[in-house]
Design a protein around this ligand. Structure first.
Ligand SMILES: [Zn+2]
Length: 222
């Protein structure tokens, strides 16, 4: 047991300093109450390291862009460093989210996919490939997300099926919104996305209908 020479209190465990006056403790320490978590420390260090690197890259890019006037070939007007900053800040946001408790992985991944698609569209707008992004890349990725959520809901054994179904539903609603906006000029990939969503929703009702009904009953007490 360690002892504080000033407060005369005995302190268990093996701390360096007195919890009352912060003076150095005297005597032999016991076994520490709280084992040091090296993994957490290492992770925290890695997190700070990547955060530092990200900031260095953002500041370097802003400097090259606005001070040195380094521009992308063929795009003399574009402040490309702002796009780089947007991606990196979003990257940090997503990493922070990963450590946030109380959010299912289904929702995390789905949110990540949607955020990345939104940023891809902004980037595409400035770099001049918006059309192919909106007509092809976005619907293909969303179709993938709908299928992945459906498959995960089917094979899930940990009681997360409902979370996957809701994530899939969230993604599957998007093509309907697109159809509502563009009316009859719906690109082929969006059509495919919508058909896949509808087919999978039918699948959900057939295969997991009882689960969904049970969940609804639990949530709304009907
Ligand atoms: Zn003390």
């Amino acid at each position: 047991m360690k002892k504080c020479p000033y407060c005369k209190v005995e302190v268990g465990g093996n701390p360096e300093k007195c919890p009352l006056c912060q003076s150095k403790l005297m005597g032999e320490g016991d076994r520490a109450y709280f084992p040091v978590q090296d993994t957490m420390k290492f992770r925290s260090f890695l997190y700070k390291l990547q955060l530092f690197i990200v900031w260095v890259v953002i500041i370097a890019c802003l400097g090259l862009d606005f001070l040195v006037h380094l521009r992308l070939p063929g795009l003399p007007e574009l402040h490309w460093s702002l796009l780089v900053a947007m991606w990196l800040v979003a990257f940090e946001f997503l990493i922070m989210r990963q450590f946030k408790p109380g959010m299912g992985s289904a929702r995390k991944v789905t949110m990540m996919v949607l955020i990345i698609l939104a940023m891809l569209s902004v980037t595409a707008y400035f770099l001049g490939f918006l059309q192919i992004t909106l007509d092809l890349i976005v619907p293909v990725v969303i179709t993938g997300a709908v299928i992945a959520n459906f498959v995960l809901a089917m094979v899930d054994k940990n009681g997360n099926a409902m979370a996957y179904l809701l994530s899939g539903l969230l993604c599957g609603v998007i093509p309907s919104i697109v159809l509502f906006i563009v009316k009859d000029r719906m690109p082929v990939a969006w059509m495919v996305c919508m058909i896949v969503s509808l087919v999978l929703f039918a699948g959900v009702i057939i295969f997991k209908g009882r689960l969904v009904a049970g969940e609804l009953q639990r949530r709304f007490n009907v």
